[in-house]
Write a protein that binds this ligand. Structure first.
Ligand code: ADP
Ligand code: MG
Ligand code: MG
Length: 255
């Protein structure tokens, strides 16, 4: 079993206005095999949490700790975090011109494992995952994220998840821009990875829709960089009905 522990996490970002605090003391413990949903209104700091776990240089941790199996994550490079088994699927995945999906996956796998995967098994694994995700085999020869539709980007993220086999996956708005069929396919991919490798999942979402397909055991509501409520799946059901209104300051300007 592996465990990610976030303690009293404070994070700032540099903007034109100077240093802006975004996360104001987040506590979270995620073990492999568990699925946690982070929910909250737009601008509450959900993506900031994801990027901070992954080590994005724009975000500065000013207080608190993140450890993975007791190791200090914050002192690790982005690569070291990935090698430790932490995977981030971004809300806005980047294009990598000139690098095909198949080469990207193989390079990533080699970097993670410290050795190239055996060709036959690897080719089989990638093919099987692509079939499961209903991806055209031709997709493997396209450049990463170049001209991908929203749905293709998300499928490519889940393909990475399935073949790279991390211990913990942070999925930021994996549901955004997906129609119901694509959402089901993507969710099935996450559920397969959960079963196959006892993956821990931190599922970040504004909407409850994806939580019908990927059921979380734990739900945390983030507002203004703080966890303001926690519960089980019933909390997601409640949010589906009520939205975030009761967490918001009625006098605050609408974003
Ligand atoms: P969420 O994912 O919950 O919608 P974000 O983490 O994206 O929220 O953003 C939280 C707040 O931090 C927002 O006010 C956003 O404008 C600000 N913010 C996040 N990242 C940056 C950045 N790189 N530069 C400037 N402001 C940022
Ligand atoms: Mg947002
Ligand atoms: Mg976001």
């Amino acid at each position: 079993m592996s465990v990610l522990e976030i303690r009293d996490l404070h994070v700032t970002v540099e903007t034109d206005q100077g240093t802006t605090p975004i996360l104001n003391g987040i506590d979270l413990t995620i073990k492999t095999g568990e699925t946690h949903a982070i929910m909250g209104p737009n601008g509450s700091g959900k993506s900031t949490l994801a990027y901070t776990i992954a080590g994005h240089p724009k975000y500065t941790v000013t207080q608190g700790t993140i450890t993975f199996d007791g190791e200090d994550v914050l002192s690790m490079s982005v690569d070291e975090r990935a090698r430790a088994g932490v995977f981030l699927a971004m809300q806005y995945p980047v294009e990598i011109p000139g690098v095909t999906v198949t080469n990207f996956l193989r390079t990533a796998k080699t970097a993670l494992d410290g050795e190239a995967p055996s060709i036959r098994q690897w080719t089989k694994d990638v093919k099987a995952s692509m079939t499961n995700l209903r991806m055209d085999p031709k997709f493997a020869q396209r450049n990463v994220n170049e001209g991908f539709s929203g749905g293709e980007k998300k499928r490519h993220e889940i393909l990475q998840l399935e073949v790279l086999k991390p211990k913990l996956a942070v999925l930021d708005e994996t549901d955004s821009g997906l129609d119901v069929d694509a959402l089901k396919i993507v969710s099935e991919g996450v559920n397969r990875a959960k079963e196959a490798t006892n993956l821990g999942v931190l599922l970040i979402t504004h909407y409850t829709r994806i939580l019908r397909y990927i059921r979380p055991q734990f739900v945390h509501v983030v507002v203004k960089g703080k966890i303001v409520e926690e519960g089980g799946p019933e909390l997601a059901d409640r949010l589906e009905e009520e939205g975030y209104d009761r967490f918001l300051d009625p006098s605050a300007p609408i974003e």
